[in-house]
Design a protein around this ligand. Structure first.
Ligand code: NAG
Ligand code: NAG
Ligand code: NAG
Ligand code: NAG
Ligand code: NAG
Length: 450
């Protein structure tokens, strides 16, 4: 039998080898990770050539889905391996009763003893909100083979209504294992003001949050049906997130896939993200962000912002999105900011991207307004500068494939387009709508601003 972790690895690996666009060189993105992080980039390419028949298409996902339910042999502990701390040894049962206390105790033990915290396969553990706090002993690892499922009782979240699982102040941590983290979010979606407009707009918990962590690796996991956002990195440094499958229904409100805030040196790669909101969102204080080999859709696409809400001064810089595929998303690659903010979004590259029936494939919107009442006109804006779009092909679901809606006081500067070819899904022309943008083009760019 194939363990689900391997299947997850395979499926996502194959997805990355299925990108057919010619690749441009990576932009010289500062890659000054102070602690080099070991990556297993070669393994999945090898898998790709061994199992070409799996590459096909969306069917990959179903391969994963069905195999993920197949039983997995218990991970045997090879003689030289580190000590295992199993949640079951601390009273976790995975039988529908509350496993929260067992997880807390097991974490405490593993964190202080350089061990691997193991969540066994083939069981569903029910857990209320937990703060997994560090610092721990270095090279600490949490291996999730089974499923961790969230409580749906709002009173369990009284202490902190915005978070479910939080990892905080942990250094050199790895979380992986091929298992599932299930936010069980339906009850929260139904209470969202975006679903029922008579209800007040209240935030729901983020399923998994990493706060102030550094040298962090998160991989080979499925994160599904979050209460609100799925996975957030906040104020972290040196992060690799890879081989993730992030899945929620298209209609689930505000269920961003991966949210990056105040985080530096982060790579998000080889992942599939299908949710009801942004696939990846990158907000204030984030720098050196690489997003590569990502499949998005449904959802709202990859977004920088929103920035500058309520007059905030926000900064995002050095972001590259390379090799991404969007299907049926409302946006492709987007930069969005509110009027009245300030700060800067600069040095951003979007390249080697396929769009399939995307409503707004390329969009910069300095007039973003996501609230019930209209947003008043404001003088200031977050400056958008040095944005490169290269080798972007595919189809637009709307007639306007490119929107640059920039502010008259702070026009978008240094917008470069090269080799862009977008057509209407099902045939027909598309256009570009451009306001207050200073741009240059190279190669064939269609559509383009006049
Ligand atoms: C987790 O920590 C935060 C702040 O550090 C606190 O507000 C919250 O109540 C804690 N949550 C739980 C479940 O203990
Ligand atoms: C923006 O991010 C920076 C760097 O993380 C932080 O110092 C600043 O407080 C943030 N600004 C706002 C308005 O949150
Ligand atoms: C953006 O790129 C320019 C030109 O390469 C560089 O001078 C500038 O420092 C970069 N900005 C940031 C915030 O790294
Ligand atoms: C393309 O997207 C539009 C709008 O989202 C949708 O109505 C249409 O059915 C999609 N077409 C295909 C072929 O999926
Ligand atoms: C640009 O933003 C303005 C102000 O919100 C809005 O009225 C206009 O419709 C937008 N244009 C496009 C093309 O989206």
């Amino acid at each position: 039998m194939i363990p689900p972790s391997l299947v997850l690895q395979l499926v996502i690996a194959l997805i990355s080898s299925s990108f057919s666009l010619g690749s441009y060189q990576h932009s010289p993105l500062p890659n000054d990770f102070s602690h080099p992080i070991h990556e297993t980039g070669d393994d999945y390419r090898t898998f790709g050539s061994k199992f070409p028949s799996l590459i096909k298409s969306e069917a990959d996902i179903h391969v994963f889905e069905s195999l993920a339910h197949v039983g997995v042999p218990q991970v045997g502990a090879p003689t030289a391996s580190p000590k295992m701390v199993n949640v079951d040894d601390f009273g976790a049962r995975g039988d529908g009763t509350d496993d929260t206390e067992a997880f807390k105790k097991a974490w405490k033990k593993a964190c202080s003893s350089r061990a691997v915290l193991v969540v066994p396969a083939n069981k569903v553990y029910h857990v209320k909100p937990i703060n997994f706090s560090g610092p721990c002993n270095p090279d600490f690892k949490m291996t999730i083979h089974g499923t961790i499922k969230a409580s749906t009782n709002p009173s369990d979240y009284k202490k902190d209504p915005r978070h479910w699982l939080v990892f905080e102040d942990v250094h050199s941590l790895a979380v992986d294992g091929g298992g599932t983290i299930d936010g069980n979010g339906r009850v929260w979606w139904q209470k969202s003001c975006k679903i029922n407009e008579h209800l007040p707009c209240r935030g729901a918990p983020t399923a998994v949050t990493f706060d102030r962590c550094n040298s962090l690796r998160v991989g080979s996991l499925r994160i599904k049906d979050a209460q609100q956002m799925h996975l957030t990195f906040r104020d972290c440094v040196d992060v690799v997130a890879s081989h993730l499958m992030v899945i929620a229904p298209e209609k689930s409100p505000n269920t961003d896939g991966i949210h990056v805030s105040g985080t530096q040196n982060i790579k998000i790669m080889n992942s599939v993200i299908r949710t009801g909101d942004d696939c990846v969102s990158i907000v204030n204080g984030s720098r050196n962000v690489q997003v590569t080999d990502i499949i998005c859709g449904p959802g709202h696409g990859i977004s920088i912002g929103s920035l500058g809400k309520d007059g905030a001064k926000n900064y995002v810089s050095n972001v590259i999105v390379d090799r991404a595929k969007f299907s049926g998303t409302t946006n492709g690659v987007r930069i969005k900011s509110w009027q009245g903010g300030s700060g800067l979004a600069e040095n951003i590259t979007f390249q080697n991207i396929e769009m399939h029936n995307v409503s707004n494939p390329l969009i910069i919107n300095q007039n973003y307004c996501d609230q019930k009442k209209a947003c008043p006109t404001r003088h200031s804006a977050v400056q958008v500068k040095n944005v490169h779009y290269r080798n972007i092909k595919g189809t637009s679901a709307s007639e306007v494939a490119i929107i640059f809606n920039c502010s008259s006081n702070f026009p978008c500067k240094g917008i470069n387009l090269q080799d862009i070819n977008l057509v209407r899904d099902g045939g027909g022309d598309v256009e570009a709508s451009c306001k207050n943008v200073l741009q240059t083009t190279r190669g064939r760019v269609s559509p383009h601003c006049f």
